[in-house]
Write a protein that binds this ligand. Structure first.
Ligand code: ATP
Length: 298
C-alpha cells in the first residue's frame, strides 16, 4: 500500500480515542540548499570551499560582480588553486558591459540548483549580493521555499577588525596588479553611463577613472597624489559596502526572520598563522560542519 494515499478509517486505539486522520498525499520531499552569507572579506568563499570538501557539494556564486567575465583581481574572485577542483557555477559567465539583474540571477541560479541536485550534490549559494539571494529565496509565489529547504550560515566579523582587514586587502590587490587590470578596460572615450552598467560598477573602476584621465597630463608627484586619493576612495567604498551588506543581513535576520546560524570569525582576523587557522577550525569550521551535518542527515 502506498503510504501517501493510505486512508485511516478505523480508530487507531481501542476505546475510540479521537485521533486526527491524515489522508492527504505526503508533501514531496524538499531538496536541501545551503546559503552562506557574510560581508565582503569575512571568509565566505573559504568556508564554502572547506564545506564542499567535507560534504558532496557544488558552489553557486551570488556576487553580482564576480558573475561577469574579467576583473578577477578587482572583484576578488577565487583562484583556480583556491577552488580546489570544486565545481563553481555563475562565475565569469556574463559579458563585462551587460547588466546582470536579480531576475537574471534567479533564472540562472534555479537552473544550476536543478542540475546540482540532480547529481545528488548539495548546492552551496555564496556571495555578497544579498538582494539577489533575497529575490531567489523570498520569491513572490513562495515557489523556492516550497521546493527547497534552506540552511543559512552567516560569517560575521566585528566591523572595526573587518575594516582594517579590508584596507590591507586593497593594498594586496594593488600589489597583485589591480591598477593595470582596470586600466585595460579604460578608454578616455568611455561614456560616463558605462559606470552604471555591468562590471564597470565594481569598486575601483569608477574610482580609478579620474586617475587614468589625468595621468598623461601630470608629473610623477601629481600622479602619486591623484592615485593616493583614488586608493583612499577604494578603501572607503569597500568598507561602506561591507557595512551595507551587514545591515542587509541584519534585516534578513530581524525583519524577514531568516534563521541564520551566526559564526563569529573575529578571532581569526585578530590572530596570525597557525593560531588563526586554529581559530578558523574552532569558531567557524567545526560549528558549520555540525550545523550542516544536522541539516543534511537528521
Ligand atoms: P543592492 O543591489 O540593493 O545594492 P546588493 O546586496 O545586491 O544590494 P551588492 O552585491 O552588495 O548589492 O553590491 C553593491 C555594489 O557594491 C555593486 O554595485 C558594486 O559597486 C559593489 N560590489 C559588490 N560586489 C563587488 C565585488 N565583488 N567587487 C567590486 N565591487 C563590488
Amino acid at each position: 500500500m502506498n503510504m501517501a494515499t493510505f486512508k485511516q478509517t478505523q480508530p487507531l486505539l481501542e476505546g475510540g480515542v479521537d485521533l486526527p486522520l491524515f489522508h492527504q498525499r505526503l508533501p514531496p520531499q524538499k531538496e536541501k540548499v545551503l546559503i552562506v552569507l557574510g560581508a565582503t572579506g569575512t571568509g565566505k568563499s573559504r568556508l564554502s570551499i572547506d564545506l564542499a570538501t567535507h560534504f558532496p557539494a557544488e558552489i553557486i556564486n551570488s556576487d553580482k560582480m564576480q558573475v561577469h567575465k574579467g576583473l578577477d583581481i578587482t572583484t576578488n574572485k577565487i583562484t583556480p588553486e583556491e577552488s580546489q577542483g570544486i565545481p563553481h557555477h555563475l562565475f565569469s559567465v556574463i559579458d563585462p558591459n551587460v547588466d546582470f539583474t536579480a531576475t537574471n540571477f534567479c533564472n540562472l541560479a534555479s537552473t544550476s540548483l536543478q542540475s546540482i541536485t540532480s547529481r545528488e550534490q548539495l548546492p552551496i549559494i555564496v556571495g555578497g549580493s544579498n538582494s539577489f539571494v533575497e529575490a531567489l529565496v523570498d520569491d513572490k509565489n513562495k515557489k523556492f521555499r516550497s521546493k527547497y529547504e534552506c540552511c543559512f550560515l552567516w560569517v560575521d566579523v566585528s566591523i572595526p577588525i573587518l575594516h582594517s582587514f579590508l584596507s590591507d586587502r586593497v593594498d594586496r590587490m594593488l600589489e597583485r596588479g589591480l591598477i593595470n587590470e582596470v586600466r585595460a578596460m579604460f578608454n578616455p572615450n568611455n561614456d560616463p553611463d558605462l559606470y552604471s552598467r555591468g562590471i564597470f560598477k565594481a569598486i575601483s573602476v569608477p574610482e580609478l577613472d579620474h586617475y587614468f584621465r589625468m595621468e598623461p597630463f601630470l608629473d610623477k608627484k601629481g600622479r602619486a597624489r591623484v592615485l593616493e586619493k583614488a586608493v583612499k576612495d577604494i578603501k572607503i567604498n569597500t568598507c561602506k559596502l561591507a557595512y551595507q551588506q551587514l545591515e542587509k543581513i541584519h534585516k534578513l535576520k530581524n525583519v524577514k526572520k531568516w534563521k541564520l546560524h551566526r559564526l563569529d570569525a573575529t578571532d581569526v582576523f585578530k590572530k596570525r598563522g597557525k593560531d588563526a587557522d586554529e581559530a578558523w577550525e574552532n569558531h567557524v569550521m567545526e560549528p558549520s560542519i555540525r550545523t550542516v551535518g544536522r541539516f543534511l542527515y537528521n
